[in-house]
Design a protein around this ligand. Structure first.
Ligand code: IPE
Ligand code: IPE
Ligand code: MG
Length: 249
């Protein structure tokens, strides 16, 4: 907060440096990490960090919409996150319904934003599944920003579920990379161009393993609840520099 003015200035500078026509990332994937540490530093319970993270997630959807990102995939709950204490798991899951309640579906529709879920959502309680089905059904016709929430998602289980289903109808020598991709949870979107992870951790934690084969990775030490538009611009700017450098070789 103390560097608010400076931040506003650098946000404008960064925004001006972005090339909005060339090398613009179509698909951004985000690993929203650091909610717990953010809360701890403030002397708050971890749940307060998750709630704040959910609000940041909402703002991020709006930032991506405003900045003409086509696809946004948000890692919200991994297959490994079930190992956390029961109360924390229950709280994170309850935030799905809170998110749906607090999100104005009319706003999503007015902004042409479509919300979908990837991962094995059948493991969530019925009311949570219902909330997911509602928001995705009510926005399925939208053709603007495509938001994917990865919930009970794991890259390994994504690949395995694709294998299980592909072997039912296809012969081994028919299976190409392109065909295989049609069986992944992400079949409707292109691979991510840019993957952002907050909180200083630098690992994939079982996120889009197949899909991130050529994705540019971008890390920040900021905790997820502190993610903001300036950081989004910084990530896009870095991404573009890397792409242009690659092209100049
Ligand atoms: C990310 O924040 C949110 C989820 C995994 C749901 P964490 O809860 O992992 O926060 P840290 O990493 O403990 O700070
Ligand atoms: C990754 O964060 C999962 C999400 C952001 C939902 P974690 O904090 O759970 O990652 P690991 O398992 O500690 O690496
Ligand atoms: Mg974490």
């Amino acid at each position: 907060m103390k560097w608010f003015n400076l931040s506003r200035q650098s946000k404008r500078d960064l925004k001006n440096k972005i090339d909005w026509n060339n090398y613009f990332p179509k698909h951004i994937a985000i690993m929203m990490d650091g909610n717990g540490r953010w809360a701890k530093r403030k002397g708050l319970p971890r749940s307060a960090g998750h709630y704040a993270g959910m609000q940041t997630m909402r703002q991020t959807i709006s930032m991506c919409h405003k900045n003409r990102i086509a696809f946004l995939t948000l890692y919200a709950f991994s297959t490994e996150n079930w190992k956390r204490p029961k109360e924390e798991v229950e709280y994170i899951i309850s935030l799905v319904s809170v998110f749906v309640q607090e999100t104005n579906i009319r706003d999503l529709n007015e902004n042409n934003i479509r919300v979908s879920f990837i991962g094995d959502t059948s493991k969530f309680p019925n009311d949570t599944q219902q909330a997911m089905i509602n928001v995705s059904n009510l926005t399925q016709g939208n053709t603007g920003l495509q938001v994917y929430f990865a919930m009970n998602y794991g890259g390994k289980s994504d690949i395995l579920q694709a294998v299980r289903s592909i072997v039912k109808t296809k012969k081994a020598d028919e299976i190409t990379e392109e065909l295989f991709e049609q069986f992944l949870y992400t079949r409707q979107n292109p691979s991510p161009d840019l993957l952002i992870r907050t909180s200083g951790e630098k690992r994939l934690s079982n996120f889009l393993l197949w899909q991130s084969a050529y994705t540019e990775l971008w890390f920040t030490d900021e905790m997820w609840p502190d993610f903001n538009e300036e950081l989004l611009y910084a990530a896009i700017f870095d991404y573009q520099n890397r792409m242009k450098r690659g092209q100049a070789l």
